[in-house]
Design a protein around this ligand. Structure first.
Ligand code: AVJ
Ligand code: FE
Length: 397
């Protein structure tokens, strides 16, 4: 609501770009607040896993980042900076953040100040920066979604009947693949857009289902050393991993979720395949534009859905579920594209071009559509399995 005119942010926005931005900001924020309303108060400051900050930290960090880039740091006090800046409190000390009510008030005051600027035609806005902040919020909201799932996680093994049928593979023609994106929503790691020569290959039509993964497990996949990389086996043994993290009952036709890149690769070796490169994945998604119809997206369905439900999201070669449902591990290391320039700060992407991070593509059921496109790159270390990630194999032709 524009305090002066009393009109909604969209109506108050002086031009179409700002109106669209105002609408996306409102939608994103509504999703973020709905998520935090569903979180039990005692979870707000609790560290649920040593690798991740408490849920409440992500909410405060969303506001801190918005104030930093859109308000020049206004509204944020030194104490709030210390609490919610990435280089503020150590992760383990983030249980000491302010109470939920105080954080929610901070979030609201930052947004109010931002909307005043958005509604003011005299205030020039950097569309790319505002879209960065929007996507930043959406990404932390997805992190809060998987942390919330982690808090409700039950270790009870679900009985999933193995599907022994061979996977369906599609042929993807080779050629010059259009990689990356230069539009105002593009993040620094998607630039500069360029062409990559991709050889013809085969790609599984669907992400691997729980039932198909159960066949790997039933055949001793977790115990067979030969199926695992050196690193993967050492990790599997050290962490005593025996099944996917988000392994859920009565969902055999859903994509397997909560597997690491190591588990994905072991399955691929078991079936005589491999993970696709991120460029092969982007090529298979050529021509697709993300919309609410292209996949299970936006947290609208509260979890994964059975494969093959979104024909509007079908790729040119017939691949389904490319967008949403589960992120898809690729064989690609997170690395810069030619012409890469760190923006808006080095810590966003550049810090993670360290040879230890893998690219994931396609978004999950919790990913917001304005924080996803076929060129969008997510990245995590290969042993990560709390995120909503699965995979689909590829084969050389
Ligand atoms: C791309 C999701 C791995 O959460 O660390 C958010 C995105 N970067 N704030 C992350 C991000 C800075 C990043 N991921
Ligand atoms: Fe962040």
């Amino acid at each position: 609501m524009d305090a002066r005119s009393g009109r909604s942010a969209e109506d108050a926005a002086p031009d179409a770009e700002r109106r669209m931005l105002a609408a996306d900001l409102r939608d994103c924020r509504a999703g973020t607040l709905a998520l935090f309303r569903a979180i039990a108060p005692e979870l707000f400051k609790r560290q649920l896993h040593p690798h991740y900050s408490p849920l409440g930290w992500h909410l405060g960090h969303i506001a801190f980042t918005e104030a930093l880039w859109l308000l020049g740091g206004a509204v944020t006090t030194p104490a709030l900076q210390r609490a919610f800046a990435v280089d503020g409190l150590a992760k383990s000390a983030r249980t000491g953040i302010p109470d939920a009510g105080y954080v929610l008030d901070y979030v609201g005051r930052v947004r109010q100040a931002a909307l005043v600027r958005l509604a003011d035609p005299a205030h020039a806005i950097d569309l790319r920066l505002w879209r960065f902040v929007l996507q930043h919020e959406a990404q932390h909201a997805e992190t809060a979604s998987f942390l919330h799932a982690l808090a409700q996680h039950s270790a009870a093994p679900a009985e999933i009947a193995p599907d022994l049928r061979p996977l369906e593979f599609l042929s993807v023609p080779g050629g010059l693949a259009a990689i990356g994106h230069d539009g105002s929503a593009a993040l620094d790691n998607e630039r500069d857009a360029y062409a990559v020569d991709v050889r013809a290959f085969q790609l599984a039509r669907y992400p691997v289902t729980q039932a198909a993964f159960a066949a790997f497990m039933a055949d001793g996949g977790y115990a067979r050393r030969a199926l695992w990389s050196e690193e993967g086996w050492a990790w599997r043994v050290a962490e005593n991993i025996e099944r996917p993290f988000h392994w859920k009952a009565a969902a055999s036709g859903h994509p397997v979720a909560g597997v690491s890149a190591y588990e994905a690769e072991a399955y691929c070796r078991w079936t005589g395949a491999r993970l696709p490169s991120e460029f092969e994945w982007e090529h298979a998604a050529r021509g697709l534009v993300v919309s609410a119809q292209s996949g299970n997206l936006g947290g609208l369905r509260g979890g994964t859905t059975a494969i093959g439900q979104f024909p509007d999201g079908r790729g040119a070669d017939g691949a389904d579920d490319l967008f949403g449902n589960v992120w898809e591990w690729t064989a690609s290391e997170f690395a810069p594209y030619p012409g890469f320039r760190a923006w808006p700060y080095e810590g966003y992407s550049q810090a993670w071009f360290d040879g230890h991070h893998r690219v994931l593509r396609g978004g999950s059921w919790a990913t917001r559509i304005f924080a996803l496109r076929r060129s969008f790159r997510n990245w995590y270390v290969p042993e990560t399995r709390q995120i909503f990630a699965g995979f689909r194999p590829a084969r050389d032709l």
